[in-house]
Design a binder for this molecule. Structure first.
Ligand SMILES: [Zn+2]
Length: 287
């Protein structure tokens, strides 16, 4: 009992931030000053090209991968799970700690964590199977307001907290919370797809008929909007740094990338292209 109490006290709070659709090079072009303080920004690869499977993967505790050569997958996974000793603080966590549920919130709960998720995209809503092992799980009112998530966060000294934050400012239409929907870019065709599929799936090969709509300038503007979203989010993350206690470990990554016209593709999802998997990855402990 005493040992358990002690181990609880030394665990870090853990915050996993997922910038939805944020491509690696958009993140780098934004040159975020605050987020870089966590550690080196790595280019990594998501296991899936769209939101739902990618979040399932993240919630298994499997982060976007670094694509190492001459290594068996099992060895890579072992190392990836072992990394949770640094993230959570203390020791004793390995692949078998996740067995048999293979779900991070369940493991964290067993370690005495309070587990919370705040998500922006309806495809991750609280009635999905992703909501397992969470003490609270909510779909945010607006799809693009990370600052509203911060207002709901609290940390207690008695038990460590885990937060999953699925952030939508970087998702199409790359809008900041104070921007009126009237000013959002209107994309013929894709906007229709977006609406029709309940605002959570964007993607597909551009048809010849639509190529006029997807002119180079418009796509460049959209990419610039995602870069601006990252710049803005850097200031929100700064507020998180002020809010969270010192013993908080933060991982910032994306669930998948985004295409901005390369080889005739826009968005993500039903796309087979390297850029749809390229994501930023940076993590570290506050100090
Ligand atoms: Zn997504």
């Amino acid at each position: 009992m005493a040992a358990k109490m002690q181990s609880r006290q030394i665990r870090n709070n853990y915050v996993l931030i997922v910038f939805d659709s944020c491509r690696y090079d958009s993140f780098q072009r934004a040159r975020p000053k605050v987020m870089r303080k966590l550690g080196p920004v790595e280019r990594r690869w998501a296991y899936a090209s769209w939101t739902a499977p990618s979040h399932y993967n993240l919630l298994m505790g499997i982060m976007p991968h670094s694509s190492p050569k001459n290594v068996f997958a099992s060895e890579y996974y072992q190392k990836d799970f072992f990394k949770f000793n640094a993230r959570l603080g203390g020791s004793g966590i390995e692949f078998k700690s996740f067995v048999p549920r293979l779900y991070l919130p369940i493991l964290l709960r067993n370690l005495g964590y309070q587990t919370h998720a705040m998500v922006s995209l309806p495809v991750l809503n609280p009635t999905t199977i992703l909501n397992t092992g969470f003490d609270s799980y909510s779909l945010m009112e607006k799809h693009n307001d990370m600052r509203a998530m911060l207002r709901r966060m609290s940390f207690s000294e008695g038990s460590p907290s885990f937060y999953l934050l699925n952030v939508g400012e970087t998702h199409y239409p790359y809008a900041l919370p104070d921007e009126s929907p009237d000013e959002w870019p209107r994309i013929n065709g894709v906007h229709g797809v977006f609406k029709h599929l309940d605002e959570h799936i964007v993607g597909g090969k551009l048809r010849r008929a639509r190529s006029k709509v997807f002119n180079t300038k418009k796509l460049a503007d959209l990419r610039q909007r995602q870069i601006e979203a990252v710049k803005y989010l850097d200031s929100v993350v700064e507020e998180l740094f002020d809010l969270a206690p010192q013993n908080t470990y933060i991982t910032i990554t994306a669930d998948h990338g985004e295409l901005f016209g390369e080889d005739g593709y826009f968005g993500h999802g039903p796309i087979q292209h390297a850029k749809v998997l390229e994501v930023p990855f940076v993590e570290g402990k506050l100090r």
